[in-house]
Structure formats: C-alpha cells, structure tokens
Design a protein around this ligand. Structure first.
Ligand code: HC0
Length: 589
C-alpha cells in the first residue's frame, strides 16, 4: 500500500498507481489531453502537471507513479498558471476557428480553454497551420492538420490497438507533424478506415466524413423514399450522446427518433445479420464437407468472417494471400442495401431509383465499404449514405427531439424483424456465437449444448480467444461431422488479428472458423461510437447487448420469420442463385 496526500487529504493506493489514477480515485479531476485509458502513457502534452512537495519541477500526473508520503497539490497557483500557459501555447499553434469546426462543442482543447478562461493571448500566434492541407479524400475520415495538437493519441491508437501504423510522427521540433507514408492521403495508405483514431482525437484534427446534410436533403425530397437501417451496436451506444449512462439500451427510442426525423421506413441491419448467419453458416458447412468428405485441397480453412470492413481492408493490405479464406458473404449492411433496392422495392411497389438507402453504423469503415465498387449488385449503389452513431445524435439534436422522453417504438416490417443472435453481432464473439447457435442446430436437429443458448466460451474481452464445440449425433446428411470438434478463434482489434493471422501463416493454428472484428470489443467499440469509448464503457455496452439478446423472444437466426419469408418469396435457398448475385462477393488484391 502507498500512502499519499492529495491537496491535504490522505489517499491510499496500490503500488504502481499514477498520480492521475490516484486523483481520480479520490474524485479529484486533473485535466488531460494526450492521456487515454486505452493507450500507453505518452506524457507529452503536460496539461496534467501537478506540484509534488520537495520537487522543483512540476510533474506530469499521468506519467508519475505515487510514492509513499508524497504530498501532491493539483490546484496550487503554480499548477494553475502552468496549465494555463500550456493551454495558451497549444492554442497559439492551433487553428482555433472553433465556430466553423466539426468538433465545436465536443473538443477537449476547447473545453479546457473554456474551463481555464483563456481570454488573452500571451504567446505569439504561430499560424503554422496556414500552410497545411486538409485531407478529405477518404470516404470515411477527414484529417485536418491545422487542428492537430500533436498529442499522438492517434499514432498510439493506430500502433497499439490496431498494429496498422498508418499514422506516424514525421519531422522534428517545430515542424513535427502527424503524417502518413510519404505524406500521402489517408485513402492511399494502409489506413483501414476503422476510425479508432477519430474516436480518440481530442480536437477536430481527425473527424468522420459526415453526410448529415445529404441525408436531410434526401428526407426533405418528396420524390425520394428514404429507408434507414440501424446496426446492432448503435442501440447500446447512441444514448450516451443523448443524456443516458453508458450501457443503456435505447432501441425503441432510437426507432421513435428515426421516425420523427422523417425516414419513410425504419428497418434493422439485424435482419440481414440473421440472413448472414444463414448464408455464412451454410458456406462454412459446405467448406467443411468439401474438406472432410471430398478431400478437396483447394478449399480454404479457416473460413473467416467478412462483415467488418476494417478487417477486410487490413487483410487486403497485410495478408492478401488469405483473401480466399474470407467468407464470400457481404456484410449485413451491404446485404441490406442490395435487398432494399430489389426485394423491398418490389414488395413495396417502389421504383428502386427513388429509394435512398441510409445506414446508421457504429463504424467509419462502413462509409468506405458502401463506396466500394463491389457494392452495386442491386443495379444501383446499394447503400447511399452511412452515418455514424454520432452523426445520428447530431440529427436528433438538430431536430429538437427530446430523446429521453420518447416513447419506445418498433421497427417497421419487412426487413425489420430480428433475433437475439443478430443483436450480439455488435460484440466481439457475437457472430461466432450466432453462427454456432444455427449451424449446430441445422446439423444435429438440437440446440447448442450450452445453458440458455449462451455460448460463454466465445464471450469475453480477451484479445484472442479460442473455443471448440464437439458435434455429436448429427443428422444423417451431416454424418461426416460426427465427433468433429469445430475449432473456432476470435480476435478483436487488428493488433490481435495480426497475432492470429501470423499463427495461421506459420501453420500453428488449425481453426475451422475465425471471427475478426477490426475494433476493440467489436462494433460496440467502433470508431463511430460516442466519445469517449474506453475499456470500461465497452464492457457496459457489451452487457447491454447480451441483455438485449436475452430479452428477445427468438434467439436463433434461422427462426426469424422474416428470414424464412425472404427465402420462400425471393431468395430460394442459402447460397442459391439470387443469394449468390446479391449477397455475396469476393475481394481481389
Ligand atoms: Fe457491426 Fe455488422 S455487427 S459489422 O460491428 O456483421 O459497424 O453494430 O452493423 O454490417 O449486423 C458495424 C455493428 C454491423 C454489419 C451487422 C456485421
């Protein structure tokens, strides 16, 4: 135990605790900028300085471990003046045109400037940002160096959580900047568009490319029929931007808000998540049959999930030889888009040309995915606009909707029905769990042998997880699977995907099925989710997702009545000709 005093009050902490952590434990706020719970300590912004008795220099609270007997002042005159100067220095080289900034009202530097009442300018404004360009080429992310305070949260995010290193530090001293390989646009480097950097940038230097105005235009055009789909993870994140505590489920209010915004039909990505399970489960069983019965050496195992667009971009850049291992299923977002302008248009007697398909996603990479050339199988661009959870909250606020007071409403029908299995797509391990619930039952005629359908071995927040399910007494058609241990692996966060893929590459992994989600925690921790997102908040959102699953009357994808209907009325069968055309694709390096 370590005993310290913070502002004269005794605090006891474990050895190794930093001053910042100790202060938080004692409910004392110390401002931070470069610090982020998910990342290693950098200690480069100095905003968190505190005074330690007996030491001449101030210490960065985030980078200083507590020592027994330390007397710490977090609010002395010296500390306050230093912090003020640090904020002034940051502002002197920051494009502080706040009213025209996308992060206006959500910027951590702006909040600090407001808190410390920076009214004068003691330092010469450097204006280095006058020469900077704004990179707007990516469909997902805008990088504006004039707003950058060089805290390097983005660099650490890209390296530590994602192992991608698309963003690095270039040059030194005054010229130091956050850049890419040869200073190319984000769109032309290995960036996966995951947006984890956007989620952690304290200012407006990295933001999502927003399409709010385009969606308002579509809604207000009487000639357009605007369909919206909402991803599984949005319903456990959206509330945080609208007054709810992390971990609140706001599904019904979200539907009500979307209807008030004026969307013509409010539907659910979860419906196509269920559909994905039908297609992907069948594909896995087909591959297993080819490998185990036909002894087909060409068949690629492990089969990897293909619904996370950041993961797809990562494998395209880093492991292109494994692209054939990806399931050929499009993501639920893109399946939905292709069906909105075909199946839905036909059923509703609508001209697909007049349909505007919008999706609400926890993810910035989904914007890139929707813009891919592969995603036009309906004869149109399948998904027209992708908004993040944050952009939806902006629209709700702009519309003056009192979100907290909204009554819960249900999704519209035809592509609005979903099961518990589809909701858990939003948490790491969820696609695997949903697939196992269905595949096991299709093969054996019995539910998966786990209490309450909860396949706990695939759950959790460990970066890489392995599990296996033994298939016993299968139905006649699947006799070849009798006694087979279906081996599964799960990774979330691309740094963990790298661990798994390196093992696969080295021949050290013999999985049948691999689930990878690009973002830590899965989509609930997506780059488009409310800020802040960190380990604690991800845990709360995960709990909410599992609660949503438990509360659903149907919890297996193959039992979704709308899924059964679409096969009967339109698709025929999983992996059939129509499915093949609309719901599947392949990626080439
Ligand atoms: Fe996801 Fe998805 S689960 S990728 O994380 O599969 O973004 O939430 O919408 O498409 O369903 C994101 C979330 C989705 C898709 C689904 C999948």
């Amino acid at each position: 135990k370590v005993q310290i005093n913070i502002n004269g009050f005794p605090v006891t902490v474990k050895p190794g605790t930093t001053i910042l952590e100790a202060a938080r434990k004692a409910n004392v706020t110390i401002p931070t900028l470069c610090y982020h719970k998910d990342l290693c300590v950098a200690g480069n912004c100095r905003v968190c300085v505190v005074e330690v008795a007996g030491q001449k220099r101030l210490s960065a609270a985030c980078a200083t471990p507590c020592e027994d007997g330390m007397d710490i002042l977090t609010n002395s005159l010296k500390v306050r003046n230093s912090r003020k100067h640090i904020i002034e220095l940051l502002l002197s080289e920051h494009n502080a045109d706040c009213t025209k900034c996308y992060k206006n009202g959500k910027c951590e530097l702006q909040s600090l400037a407001s808190e410390y009442k920076i009214m004068t300018q003691d330092f010469i404004e450097l204006l280095p940002w006058k020469n900077y360009t704004i990179d707007m080429i990516s469909p997902s992310i805008i990088k504006d160096d004039s707003k950058c305070i060089r805290c390097q949260r983005c660099v650490r995010t890209c390296a530590e959580l994602q192992g991608v290193n698309a963003l690095t530090v270039a040059y030194k001293g005054d010229h130091m900047k956050i850049s890419t390989f040869f200073e190319k646009p984000m769109n032309d480097v290995v960036c996966t568009n995951c947006g984890q950097c956007v989620n952690r940038c304290p200012t407006g230097a990295l933001v999502e490319k927003n399409y709010v105005e385009e969606v308002w235009d579509a809604i207000s055009d009487p000639k357009k029929h605007v369909v919206v789909q909402t991803a599984p993870a949005v319903r456990v994140g959206l509330g945080e931007d609208l007054g709810f505590e992390p971990g609140s489920r706001v599904t019904g209010k979200m539907v009500a808000a979307l209807k008030r915004l004026g969307f013509d039909s409010v539907l659910d990505t979860d419906f196509t998540a269920d559909l994905t399970i039908m297609e992907e489960g069948t594909e896995l069983l087909t591959r297993l049959k080819k490998a185990l019965v036909d002894n087909d050496k060409e068949v690629k195992l492990p089969m990897a999930t293909s619904c996370s667009p950041g993961w797809i971009k990562y494998i395209e850049h880093m492991y292109p030889e494994y692209l054939p291992n990806l399931s050929t299923c499009k993501s639920p977002q893109q399946m939905f888009g292709a069906l909105a302008k075909t199946y839905y248009a036909k059923a509703r007697n609508l001209d697909p040309d007049k349909i505007v398909s919008v999706s609400i996603m926890p993810c910035t990479a989904k914007k890139f995915e929707a813009a891919r050339s592969e995603m036009h199988d309906s004869g149109y661009r399948d998904v027209d606009y992708v908004l993040t959870t944050r952009e939806l909250s902006i629209m709700i606020k702009q519309a003056g909707i009192d979100f907290m007071q909204l009554e819960d409403l249900e999704f519209d029908r035809l592509m609005g029905e979903s099961t518990g299995a589809s909701v858990i797509f939003g948490v790491t391990g969820g696609v695997m769990e949903a697939a196992l619930r269905t595949a096991y039952e299709l093969v054996t005629g019995r539910p998966v042998p786990f209490e309450n359908l909860n396949i706990t071995p695939v759950r959790g927040m460990e970066g890489v997880r392995e599990a296996s399910v033994k298939i016993e007494k299968p139905l006649k058609e699947w006799k070849f699977l009798d006694g087979v241990e279906l081996r599964c692996a799960i990774a979330h966060g691309l740094i963990n995907a790298k661990t798994v893929m390196d093992a696969v590459k080295a021949g050290k992994a013999n999985f049948h099925f691999l689930e990878v989600m690009a973002c830590p925690g899965g989509c609930l921790g997506g780059g488009g989710q409310p800020i802040p997102t960190n380990s604690e908040i991800r845990e709360k959102r995960a709990k909410a997702i599992y609660a949503e699953d438990s509360g659903k009357p149907i919890r297996k994808s193959h039992e979704n009545p709308e899924v059964q209907k679409i096969y009967k009325d339109f698709l025929g069968e999983p992996l059939g000709e129509v499915s093949h055309h609309l719901l599947h694709t392949t990626y080439t390096p």
